[in-house]
Design a protein around this ligand. Structure first.
Ligand SMILES: [Zn+2]
Length: 138
């Protein structure tokens, strides 16, 4: 448990409960449209591509690549090591997630765009684990 975590704790909604339940189990959960197969993140009750209201949850691979990032040199108190990267990971299934890259120097030299990353969950409360990503084989 990250006892030193002082950032905001996400509050699950009916749409995101499956995502947070999965994160607690160590699974990255996404949704897929039952009509057009569009992969949906963050979770919602309809497909943003075709407006179909039939969407199903599934467990994603947890793999992706580093799409973009900024290095935050002055994060607010409790937002982790200083400085750290706020990253966007493009999942193999398509959606992009804002996250942090862990087990990696927070420098432009170490944070190589398009490098393969995999999900790693950080528990912050009994109910909530945050999905973060680390370099594959790094
Ligand atoms: Zn759709």
């Amino acid at each position: 448990m990250a006892d030193d975590y002082k950032g905001p704790v996400p509050v699950p909604t009916p749409e995101t409960q499956d995502f947070w339940d999965g994160a607690k189990r160590g699974e990255l959960r996404l949704q897929r449209c039952d009509d057009c197969s569009n992969v949906i993140f963050p979770a919602r009750s309809f497909c943003p591509a075709c407006a179909c209201r039939s969407v199903s949850n599934f467990t994603a691979s947890g793999k992706g690549k580093l799409y973009s990032y900024v290095i935050n040199h002055r994060p607010p108190p409790g937002f982790g090591p200083d400085p750290h990267a706020i990253a966007i990971v493009e999942l193999d299934e398509g959606p992009r997630m804002m996250t942090n890259i862990i087990d990696c120097e927070q420098t432009p030299e170490a944070l190589v765009l398009d490098m393969p990353v995999e999900v790693a969950f950080t528990p912050i409360t009994d109910e909530i684990s945050l999905p973060k990503f680390r370099p594959v084989g790094g």
